[in-house]
Write a protein that binds this ligand. Structure first.
Ligand code: CUA
Length: 347
């Protein structure tokens, strides 16, 4: 049966079907993941003008890529089917050069690139314009957590960036150690935090809610554990949060467990790294002055509950590889419970 035709079209159709199923499966998995995570982290649901401009550029490129894919695959399948070797067929005809074809395949990509480049460059310039923010926040990258300073507001916090909805947020990005990258997909593209210089990033959040962010530049052992949240609030909620961050905290009653915790805090290693206004002035670790107003600890890794906080104080590196917070084997369980009780007064 030497002259039997090999059916090529069915193979091509099967291959396309498999590709389509894979593409839909990937889309489904991504959606399921986004919905199951506490705060979805996706560029495909932009919540600011900047993020929407980036998403539009992506959409345009995806459409061009689909067109190119379909045209190239169709030409490939046609060529393979039409010009395949047939038993008894004439030998292939050799040819050299085809000016029309060469001009066409040079011009077509150039035109497509122009259609991609113009919107891309427009989006870059539109969003690179320096904007004076309604709220200015200095973001300082640390291995492996985020410091958020609100100059002029007297607020110093960590890992949870609070901003008012509909107001332009201007970020000054800095780093104390290595290069990190600030990324909240819902609001803006990635921007590096580079030691010794200040980078700028602007966005105006359009919706209230809690949005996921993450370090997007490999920065050491716990790079993958360097999360943060952006909490977008109404102006009233934001003002209330800001007032709480600045409100003084009364010293604990002298007979309380919290008072014992304060004593342990003051004579322990805590003071070397952490700041609590009026108590300690360390700048290596996060400010703990209002630590119990935060929803998470360890840069978004764990809910800020008593059990997690105790485990974290006991042995941070066991929970977060490379953590610069040293294990505290010298402390008894009672000591740690007292420290937790004290930190719970910091709200
Ligand atoms: Cu910081 Cu990766």
């Amino acid at each position: 049966m030497a002259d039997r035709k090999r059916p090529l079209l069915p193979f091509a159709l099967i291959a396309l079907a498999v590709l389509a199923v894979l593409a839909f499966a990937a889309g489904d998995a991504a959606t399921a993941w986004a919905q199951s995570s506490t705060y979805p982290q996706t560029t495909l649901e932009p919540k600011s003008e900047v993020a929407r401009a980036i998403d539009n550029v992506l959409d345009g490129i995806v459409i061009w890529v689909i067109i190119i894919f379909v045209v190239v695959q169709a030409a490939l399948v046609f060529t393979v089917a039409r010009f395949r070797q047939r038993p008894g067929g004439a030998p292939a005809r050799h040819m050299h050069g085809n000016t029309t074809l060469e001009i066409a395949w040079t011009l077509a990509p150039a035109i497509i690139l122009a259609f991609i480049a113009v919107p891309t460059v427009k989006a870059i310039f539109a969003n690179a314009k320096p904007t004076k923010g309604d709220v200015t926040v200095r973001v300082v990258g640390h291995q492996w957590w985020w410091e958020f300073q609100y100059p002029g507001m007297g607020i110093l916090t960590a890992n949870e960036l609070h901003v008012p909805v509909g107001k332009t947020v201007a970020l000054e990005l800095e780093s104390v150690d290595v290069i990190h990258s600030f990324w909240v997909p819902a609001f803006a593209g990635k921007k590096d935090l580079i030691p010794g210089r200040t980078n700028h990033l602007w966005f105006t959040p359009e919706e209230t809610g809690t949005f996921a962010g993450q370090c997007a530049e490999f920065c050491g052992a716990s790079h993958a554990n360097m999360y943060f949240k952006v909490v977008v609030q109404t102006q009233e909620e934001f003002d209330a949060w800001a007032a709480q961050q600045k409100a003084p905290v009364a010293a604990p009653d002298s007979a309380s467990l919290a008072a014992r915790g304060l004593a342990i805090y003051q004579k322990g290693q805590c003071v070397a790294c952490h700041m609590i206004d009026g108590v300690s002035y360390g700048v290596v670790g996060p400010n703990l002055g209002k630590v119990s107003t935060r929803a998470t600890i360890a840069a978004g890794m764990f809910p800020n509950d008593d059990e997690n906080l105790a485990a974290w104080i006991r042995n941070a590196p066991a929970l977060k590889p490379g953590s610069l917070m040293t294990r505290q084997d010298q402390l008894s369980d009672e000591d740690i419970a007292a420290l937790v009780a004290y930190l719970r007064t910091r709200r």
